[in-house]
Design a protein around this ligand. Structure first.
Ligand code: ATP
Ligand code: MG
Length: 217
């Protein structure tokens, strides 16, 4: 998308990273409310190529995860899906992606990395966390009533200069793990993700033989 072409104005670019196996309404509502709360110009959904945390886990083909992300985001004029990570060989690291975007866009573009409550607790241990802190503002989506103390303390203790904006989103106990398990068990996944993604999963027979006792993530 056209970003940063006007040197006279600041663009706020949100980045929603994930495995998106599959994308679901938890991801979408988080991105939408982050966009609204921080007045983001657009949100770039970034399906991971080979996610660093899931190297010992079966993950669907990048093209399938990319296609589902495109389908789910297509109707929102502020949402775009990027091939950056799935086209990059090797393990995916967020710091690499942010460095690429920082080098690619002019300085009028401000980067915001959007994460859920679980990811915010881990981020200080991600590869090159200090660089992540310098490259992007973090938008941490929490549930109403969620205690941010632990996240806050962990970030403070890291010594990295994280700039974190906490936003509260409606509680959504949806996870990709649960969707995969439901498909494998023949249960309904309607209204957990978009109709288009539900159809794509059925048409391409994804998650048919997922290990249904796979631990929830
Ligand atoms: P899995 O169950 O396979 O781990 P997931 O549902 O956690 O999948 P990911 O692709 O791992 O989805 O998550 C990508 C990002 O979305 C992370 O920052 C995560 O914290 C956030 N996220 C995941 N589920 C939700 C949800 N229900 N509400 C808000 N944010 C979420
Ligand atoms: Mg997860």
């Amino acid at each position: 998308p056209e970003v940063g072409k006007d040197p006279a104005r600041t663009y706020r670019l949100g980045i929603m990273g994930g495995t998106f196996d599959p994308i679901h309404y938890g991801h979408l509502v988080t991105a939408e409310q982050a966009r609204e709360a921080l007045d983001l110009d657009l949100v770039l959904f970034m399906p991971a190529g080979a996610p660093a945390f899931k190297l010992h886990q079966r993950v669907s083909a990048p093209e399938d995860r990319y296609a589902m992300t495109v389908l789910a985001t297509a109707a929102n004029e502020a949402f775009f899906t990027s091939r950056l990570e799935i086209d990059r060989p090797g393990v995916t690291y967020t710091a690499d992606t942010l460095r690429y975007l920082r080098a690619h866009y002019p300085n009028t573009v401000k980067l915001y990395f959007i994460t859920g409550a679980d990811a915010i607790l881990d981020i200080v241990s991600w590869r090159d966390a200090g660089d992540i802190a310098e490259l992007a503002t973090l938008i941490a989506a929490t549930r109403p009533g969620y205690d941010i103390t632990q996240a806050h303390e962990r970030i403070e203790a890291s010594g990295f200069p994280f700039d974190v904006r906490y936003i509260e989103i409606p509680a959504l106990a949806i996870s990709s793990t649960n969707i995969r398990q439901r498909v494998a068990l023949g249960r309904s996944i309607r209204y957990l993700t978009s109709e288009s993604v539900v159809g794509y999963i059925r048409k391409n027979r994804l998650y048919q033989d997922v290990d249904v006792i796979e631990r929830s993530a």
